[in-house]
Design a protein around this ligand. Structure first.
Ligand SMILES: *[C@@H]1O[C@H](CO)[C@@H](O)[C@H](O)[C@H]1NC(C)=O
Ligand SMILES: *[C@@H]1O[C@H](CO)[C@@H](O)[C@H](O)[C@H]1NC(C)=O
Ligand SMILES: *[C@@H]1O[C@H](CO)[C@@H](O)[C@H](O)[C@H]1NC(C)=O
Length: 491
C-alpha cells in the first residue's frame, strides 16, 4: 500500500508545473542548499539577530543534498526535484497513518477515506510540495494516531511516541504546539482516574514540556551558533511585536467563513453533516467530543493572529477528513443514499476541476522561468518581480549572482523595495541598473513594463514571455493575466 501511495505522490510532484507558496521553498531546500553547498539565499527569518526558524525541517533536504554531493550526483535536476521526491516518501507515511487513525476513530468504510482524501483539491495541491505545513500535518497525524491509540489501549508506549512526535513537530514549527495545549490538559481533566493517576499525568506533561524546551534550545543554539530559542523568538515576533500582520490582516472569522469552505469546496456539506452526527452523541457521552474540541480550539487560536493563510489549516486535515467520512456514513445510516450520491458527485467535480484550474492558471510560470535562466547560462540576474515567487539557488544550483527587490518586514511600507518597484517601476529600475554592471538577464512582470522601462532595457532582447498566473494582488491594484518576461543582454 505504501509503495502505491508513494508512486502516486511522485506523479503529483513531477507533473503539475504550478508552484503555490513558492516562498516556502526559501525556508526549506534553499536553506539546505546554503548549508551544504555554501551558497543559497538566507531570508530575513534566518539572518535576523533572533532567528525565527530552526533546522529540523530543512535538515531532511540538507541530508539529501549532502548525499548527492558526496556521490557526485548533484545534477541541477536532482537538486530541484530531489526534495520533492523525498517529501513524497514522507507524505506516504501520512497516508498509511491517516487510514489507521480514522479506523481507530470508528470510520468503517476505508473507501470513503481514500475517496475524500484523493479528491480534496487542497491536499492534492500541497502534499507533494516541500511545504513545512505538510511536514507539520504528517507529524501531527503520527502523534494523534499514537494518542488515540493510547486513549483506547492505555499502552504507555503510544503515549511516549505521541510526545516524541509532538516535540519534533514543535521544534520544526512552533505553532504545532497549539492543539496540544488543549489536548493534554483536556485529558488531565477528563481522564477516568483517581487523584494519583492525575498527578502522574501532570508529571508526564511537565516532563514533556521540559524535554521540549531542552531539545529545542540546544538544537537551535547549535545550529545558529549562539544561545537562542526560535520558539521564544517566534512568540515575541508574532504576539508581542504584532509584526505578523505585516503579511496581511484578515477578518476574525476568516477560517470559519472562508478558510474551511475554501479548502474543501463541495465536501464541506458532508463535513457539516459529519459534525452534526458527531455532536448527536451528546456533549458528555461515553466518547467525549474530543476531535471536535481539538479542531475548534486550534481554529480559535489560529484566529487570534491577524495573519491567516489557508495552508495553516493543513494540520487539521486528518480531523477534517474524519468529519467528511463520518458525514457520508451517517447519510448511509439514515438511508439518504440518493442525497449522498449527489453530494459526492458535486464534491468530486468541484474539487477536481478546481485543482486542474489552479494548476493551469495559478503560479505556473515560476519553475519554467528558472529553467530558462539555467539553460541560457545566466551569470547575473536581476529580478523585477515580487519577492520569493520563484525557487532560487536550490533550482539553479550555480553560484551566479541573483538579486530581487527586498521585502523584509518593516514599520514603514514605503521604504520597501517591492513597494517602490510597484509604485514607479521605471524609476526603481533606473536606479538599480545605474549602479551596477548590467545584469546578463532581467526577469520582470509584464504589468511593470511601460515605455520608460522599455527604453531602459534597450540593450536587452526579450527572449521569453511565460504565462504565470491569472490573478495577483499588489500594493496598489489587482492585476490579471500576469506573464513573466525574461530579457537577455545583447552579446
Ligand atoms: C559564491 O559567489 C560569491 C560571489 O561571487 C562568493 O563570494 C562566494 O564565495 C561563492 N561561494 C561559493 C561556495 O563558491
Ligand atoms: C491521500 O491523497 C494523496 C493525494 O493528495 C495521495 O497521494 C494519498 O495516497 C492519499 N492517501 C490516502 C490515505 O488515501
Ligand atoms: C550554455 O553552456 C553550455 C555548456 O557550457 C553550452 O553547451 C550551451 O550551448 C550554452 N547555452 C547557451 C544558450 O549559450
Amino acid at each position: 500500500m505504501y509503495i502505491f501511495f508513494f508512486a502516486f505522490r511522485v506523479l503529483l510532484a513531477i507533473i503539475p508545473q504550478a508552484l503555490p507558496y513558492a516562498d516556502e521553498m526559501w525556508q526549506g531546500p534553499e536553506i539546505a542548499h546554503n548549508d551544504v553547498f555554501g551558497y543559497g539565499w538566507l531570508t530575513w527569518e534566518w539572518t535576523r539577530d533572533k532567528p525565527l526558524r530552526g533546522p529540523i525541517y530543512h535538515s531532511l533536504f540538507s541530508l539529501l543534498y549532502w548525499i548527492l554531493s558526496k556521490l557526485n550526483l548533484d545534477h541541477p535536476q536532482m537538486i530541484a526535484y530531489g526534495p520533492r521526491i523525498l517529501q513524497c516518501a514522507i507524505s506516504a507515511i501520512y497516508d498509511v497513518y491517516l487510514i489507521k487513525l480514522l479506523t481507530l476513530e470508528g470510520i468503517r468504510n476505508k473507501a470513503y477515506v481514500i475517496l475524500v482524501n484523493y479528491t480534496l483539491w487542497f491536499s492534492l495541491n500541497c502534499f507533494s510540495k516541500t511545504l513545512i505545513n505538510t511536514f507539520e500535518t504528517i507529524l501531527f497525524t503520527l502523534a494523534l494516531y499514537n494518542w488515540v491509540q493510547y486513549l483506547q489501549t492505555n499502552h504507555n508506549k503510544n503515549n511516549w511516541f505521541c510526545r516524541l512526535f509532538v516535540i519534533l513537530n514543535v521544534m520544526a514549527r512552533q505553532s504545532a504546539i497549539i492543539p496540544w495545549i488543549f489536548i493534554w490538559p483536556y485529558h488531565l481533566i477528563t481522564a477516568k482516574t483517581n487523584l494519583k493517576g492525575r498527578f502522574v499525568i501532570l508529571v508526564i506533561n511537565g516532563i514533556t514540556l521540559l524535554l521540549l524546551f531542552l531539545f529545542s534550545i540546544s538544537v537551535d543554539s547549535l545550529y545558529h551558533g549562539k544561545l537562542t530559542s526560535t520558539f521564544y523568538n517566534f512568540l515575541e515576533f508574532n504576539l508581542l511585536s504584532g509584526m505578523s500582520s505585516f503579511y496581511g490582516v484578515h477578518d476574525r472569522l476568516w477560517f470559519i467563513t472562508q478558510g474551511l469552505p475554501y479548502v474543501q469546496l463541495g465536501w464541506v456539506v458532508s463535513f457539516i453533516v459529519g459534525i452534526y452526527s458527531y455532536t448527536k452523541k451528546g456533549l458528555f457521552s461515553a466518547q467525549p467530543l474530543r476531535l471536535l474540541y481539538y479542531m475548534m480550539f486550534t481554529i480559535l487560536i489560529l484566529s487570534l493572529s491577524a495573519h491567516k493563510e489557508d495552508r495553516f489549516l493543513l494540520p487539521l486535515f486528518p480531523i477534517i477528513i474524519y468529519f467528511i467520512c463520518l458525514g457520508l456514513e451517517y447519510l448511509d445510516k439514515i438511508n439518504w443514499k440518493k442525497l449522498k450520491l449527489v453530494l459526492v458527485i458535486l464534491a468530486v467535480i468541484s474539487n477536481i476541476s478546481f485543482f486542474v484550474l489552479m494548476n493551469t492558471y495559478q503560479d505556473v510560470g515560476a519553475l519554467k522561468t528558472m529553467a530558462v535562466l539555467r539553460q541560457r547560462n545566466a551569470t547575473q540576474v536581476q529580478f523585477f518581480t515580487q519577492c520569493h515567487r520563484t525557487p532560487f539557488y536550490s533550482f539553479i544550483h550555480q553560484n551566479i549572482s541573483m538579486t530581487f527587490p527586498d521585502c523584509s518586514p518593516t514599520n514603514d511600507v514605503t521604504s520597501l523595495e517591492t513597494y517602490q518597484l510597484h509604485q514607479d517601476s521605471a524609476n526603481y529600475i533606473k536606479k538599480k541598473l545605474q549602479y551596477s554592471k548590467l545584469p546578463s538577464h532581467i526577469v520582470i512582470y509584464n504589468y511593470l513594463m511601460n515605455d520608460n522601462v522599455q527604453k531602459l532595457l534597450d540593450q536587452y532582447d526579450k527572449i521569453e514571455s511565460i504565462y504565470h498566473q491569472y490573478y495577483t494582488d499588489t500594493y496598489f491594484e489587482d492585476q490579471k493575466d500576469i506573464y513573466i518576461q525574461i530579457y537577455e543582454l545583447h552579446q
